[in-house]
Design a binder for this molecule. Sequence first.
Ligand SMILES: NC(=O)c1ccc[n+]([C@@H]2O[C@H](COP(=O)([O-])OP(=O)(O)OC[C@H]3O[C@@H](n4cnc5c(N)ncnc54)[C@H](OP(=O)(O)O)[C@@H]3O)[C@@H](O)[C@H]2O)c1
Length: 258
Amino acid sequence: MNRIKGKLILITGASSGIGEACARRFAAEGAQLVLWARRRVRLESVGRALEAQHGVVARLAEVDVRDRAAVSRAAEALVAAGQVPDVLVNNAGLASGLSKVHEGDPEDWDRMIDTNLKGLLNVTRAVLPHMVARRRGHVVNIGSVAGHQTYPMGNVYNASKFGVRALTEGMNLDMAGTPIRVSAVDPGMVETEFSEVRFHGDRERAKAVYQGLQPLTAADVADTIAYVVNLPEHVNILDLIIMPTAQRNVYVVDRATP
Ligand SMILES: NC(=O)c1ccc[n+]([C@@H]2O[C@H](COP(=O)([O-])OP(=O)(O)OC[C@H]3O[C@@H](n4cnc5c(N)ncnc54)[C@H](OP(=O)(O)O)[C@@H]3O)[C@@H](O)[C@H]2O)c1
């Protein structure tokens, strides 16, 4: 049964990777889309292609989730147009750098904490009150297996994703007494622009992360998110971990040797 058709779904970080794959998957199911990210040109190419292919409406906005005022403005514009999202996918996020904490770059720390934690909070604070007022809505936070287990040099990224897990639990408790669902989907290794961003544009280093194994694709994760969103109203997935078969935990990975 398709319970996604006709829903208004806001996806943050929809210009690439998992967010873009969610936009594709939800459009194929007949959802109306609100797509936010910083790279407008990328958003436009995703949105226009989906409108042409599936006849859905994609409302695009260049929003940096770290910018609380910009997030509020974008959310208010939606509400003023009568477009309160039925589903919010808090996906925008990143790892920046991979180093021991005593050698880490505080700029990287700011980027991760401001995006993964405060950005998620900014968007949630702007959208969730309207869901509560309507007594209708579903928030899906994209965490990570890195929010369940630490790995060497993952320190601040791990902390941010452990934080997302705590926020998901806390938000879920806060929604007691309402029919609003709060879920988390926590992937292992997914081949997207994630590693390229982590290594500040070093494509070779990023490619090596996925060498010798079959990682998840963004579409695999989008399928899982669609499953979570499509469940009947009385069913809520609190936390779903999705891994490539070759990845047994956050750092035990089966790799074919060349
Ligand atoms: N790939 C993995 O292995 C993996 C595993 C577990 C969890 N995750 C999580 O999955 C989520 C999506 O990552 P991905 O793998 O799809 O990586 P990606 O391809 O790099 O996509 C990240 C998305 O987040 C957006 N974004 C980053 N900073 C933003 C900001 N300040 N404001 C608004 N949008 C922002 C980016 O868009 P702009 O640059 O255009 O703003 C982009 O659309 C993240 O939360 C990540 O932590 C990824």
